[in-house]
Design a protein around this ligand. Sequence first.
Ligand code: ADP
Ligand code: MG
Ligand code: ZN
Length: 346
Amino acid sequence: MAKANLMDYEKALELFEVVIGLEVHIELNTNTKMFCGCKNDFGDEPNTNVCPICIGLPGSLPVVNRKAVESSISIGLALGCQIAPTGGFSRKNYFYPDLAKNYQTSQFRDPIAFEGQLEVEVPSGNKFTVQIERAHMEEDAGKLTHIGGSTGRIQGAEYSLVDYNRAGVPLVEIVTKPVFGVGAEGPELAAAYVRSIREIVKALGVSDARMERGNVRCDANVSIRPHGQEKLGTRTETKNVNSLRSIERAVRYEIQRQAAILAAGGTITQETRHWHEDKGSTSAGRPKSDADDYRYFPEPDLVPVEPSHELIEKLRSLLPENPADRRKRLAGEWNFAEMEFRDVVN
Ligand code: ADP
Ligand code: MG
Ligand code: ZN
């Protein structure tokens, strides 16, 4: 594959405005899976924590995990979201070997939490308010391991193994609105945002929040547009970037790559992209339209989730101090530099 041209970062920012949108998946640390009683532990021997429900055998009936609903509400409240009085699940239909059901059970129309915001501080000390569009509940897919070939990806592999222990593990997907006006600090903001989300779910105790284990996964949407242009540029979505440092690098890379294409008179293709840590670059995945043809329809086997006012208020009263505020407070009280003990406190 030919190496992509990159525009110098400063030059790219002179010519273009950057717009970023982040999707973060949080794997909840409930004892059992989202819709069945299987253990939520995919470190076990492959395919031992499985049952007819999580592998989608005909006639099996799912039941919503109460703890997962409570954890999702807590996440929503910590992000200043409104909590939906009623919300159901949908089937997102697609075929892939890690999805034995042939559909993912997900909240589509009615996310449990919506319209929040999170203030995020970047290393320069600048603060940005990131608007949260929604946080919704869904289930994870199984884990594929591709054997043979050099990249660990499906292309070039001799065969693949599938472990359904992770299938049906509860996830919360947090989606931001497009973030504008970040200037040169878009890459830093993307990483700082994911760091904040990670700190919050850790403080809430709802996730192990270990990025290297995939408990926190981020897809980074990036587009650029000439300064003054109203219409948003075409975005790319870089998938599953699994460290804070690589989020920052991947966003910066996409800005420079897109700028080089537009400046040369080309167009950006709306697509998913893969981040390659070793090469420090992204490569094209699959084309992606806004209206993916997933044939969403309401899940007929589950009743809507209707959290009571009492439950929501109880969870609100149990919210821990915001980790960033806590760090500031302790740094002041103990007279420490804030950065020095970020990882100790959290
Ligand atoms: P999808 O299912 O295609 O991933 P989502 O709605 O889940 O769509 O997430 C899309 C993300 O991309 C959101 O965070 C949204 O704010 C962001 N986004 C949408 N349009 C743009 C754009 N033109 N540039 C950058 N980010 C965008
Ligand atoms: Mg998405
Ligand atoms: Zn199961």
